[in-house]
Write a protein that binds this ligand. Structure first.
Ligand SMILES: Nc1ncnc2c1ncn2[C@@H]1O[C@H](COP(=O)(O)OP(=O)(O)OP(=O)(O)O)[C@@H](O)[C@H]1O
Ligand SMILES: [Mg+2]
Length: 259
């Protein structure tokens, strides 16, 4: 099962990704969680131990690897490099595993004036494609913004895309924009997840303002999120209400896939 998680900045994408990772791991699935944020923070949300974090470097910052695979130094543009570098060994070699969850940090491509035709982006694109088309775990892709990591070639491998929203007009507006970009690349099974919800009024607001997409679940506003962050513990362990809401979303996603 392959799930992409998007939404406006700060709505709770990483929180949801970490919760789903634990929910699926608890069910016995192998989970591969991918942090596509330029400033990775999924590891913290998952409460990975420090010694594992110390070993983890985002792929986009692995200059030697990028050079070895593409034949060009990162940061160079306009020269020749392999646009289809070998990446099949990267997910296992450069990730960390904790409690049944494998975490891979992608890192960001420094976008120069030339757009993103550079060796780093070639690696990240090849890696995303490889993972979505070839790996068989539950894949959770925490995407920091829109859908730019995905293209038409990979969209068909994504079983569902979750657009996380808060009960605010702005986050609903972003959801509508993401929906239209996602439809351009023919992503299927788009769902809204309502986050930081405080009661029925918030749920109704989200339903009424959804850009024509079904709501697959809600996560309550919960002070445990902050507590988990401060203590460095996994929210899934700390907040039974959050865990239960997440399990319900996880089940609904499994049904989507079976259809
Ligand atoms: N259900 C919730 N209840 C209370 N606070 C929450 C909840 N979900 C997220 N938060 C808080 O909102 C903030 C953003 O959460 P998170 O990092 O998960 O969002 P994000 O969408 O991944 O953000 P970014 O766009 O920066 O990657 C954090 O401070 C987090 O503690
Ligand atoms: Mg995030």
């Amino acid at each position: 099962m392959k799930i992409a998680i998007t939404g406006k900045g700060g709505v709770g994408k990483t929180t949801l990704t970490s919760l789903l990772a634990y929910a699926y791991a608890e069910k016995g699935f192998q989970v591969l969680a991918i942090d596509a944020d330029p400033a990775p923070c999924l590891a913290d949300a998952l409460a990975f131990p420090q010694e594992l974090l110390d070993e983890l470097t985002p792929i986009a910052r692995m200059d030697d690897l990028i050079y070895e695979r593409t034949g060009a130094q990162p940061g160079t543009t306009g020269g020749f490099f392999k646009i289809n570098p070998r990446v099949d060994d990267i997910p296992d070699r450069f990730s960390a595993v904790h409690r049944g969850i494998r975490l891979l940090e992608m890192g960001a491509v420094e976008l120069g004036g030339s757009g993103c035709i550079c060796p780093e982006s070639a690696i990240l694109r090849a890696l995303t494609t490889y993972i979505l088309l070839q790996r068989n775990e539950v894949i959770l892709l925490d995407m920091y913004a829109g859908v730019e990591h995905l293209g038409r070639a990979t969209a068909s491998a994504v079983d569902a895309m979750l657009i996380v929203v808060e009960p605010t007009k702005r986050s609903m507006g972003t959801a509508a924009q993401i929906k239209s970009l996602a439809e351009d690349i023919r992503l299927k099974n788009l769902y809204i997840v309502g986050s930081k919800v405080q009661g029925e009024e918030d749920e109704k607001f989200i339903e009424d303002n959804s850009p024509g997409l079904p709501v697959i679940g809600y996560l309550p506003y919960d002070p445990h999120v902050r507590q988990a962050d401060r203590e460095g513990t996994a929210l899934y362990d700390l907040a039974p209400r959050m865990a239960e809401a997440t399990r319900s979303i996880a089940r609904a996603l499994e049904e989507v896939r079976e259809e």
